[in-house]
Design a protein around this ligand. Sequence first.
Ligand code: C5P
Length: 214
Amino acid sequence: MSESRLVVALDLTDKDRALEIARSIGRQVFAIKINWPLVLAGSGSIIGEIARVSRVVCDFKIADIPNTNSIIAKFARDQGAWGIISHSFTGLESLRSVVEASGDTKVFSVVAMSHPGSDLINDNYRKLMDISERAGVYGYIAPGNKLSDLSEIRKRTKKTIMSPGIGSQGGRASDAIKAGADLVIVGRSIYESADPVTAAEAINEEIAKAVEQN
Ligand code: C5P
């Protein structure tokens, strides 16, 4: 079977449960995504703990001055993060500082979001992509539940696109793949499921079929 394109978001504040899920699904997913809920519930060392069983994407949506951004990005890198997610609306210098401090850790910039009311960002994806290109990002975050935005972003880049908005936010993994996502982020539909392993397997299968049909 080809490599999974599923990134599981573990937005839990129960660190033990998060680690339990990470260990059970770590080998069947592309990466595990960590956001503030899990880090605030414990400490940044959770990055390294999960990195033992899977690639880790740190979804810190960094959005500060260059110096603060560098400190956050370097921390994630030093803990062993494979990827880091940064905002781009704070401008070129801020995003460039993330890219420079991340070293080999891959930087994905948010150029459109998945939630209701994200128009301010989504209406400006062209400008945000321009900033992101100049900063040298590795890839993009674009919504898997707003398929016209996702396909417009896909048309403008060959870089890796990671898409949230699947399941609880209304999107389908297969639709996101067909609209141009390379990787699909799924959180609640997996970690709130009674059987996260089976839930992840089902999404892996759905993605594999969509890739075949593409
Ligand atoms: O539970 P659910 O599948 O909705 O989780 C989606 C994850 O992706 C969350 O961690 C959320 O913060 C993140 N995300 C998102 N939309 C974006 C960027 C990140 O939902 N535009």
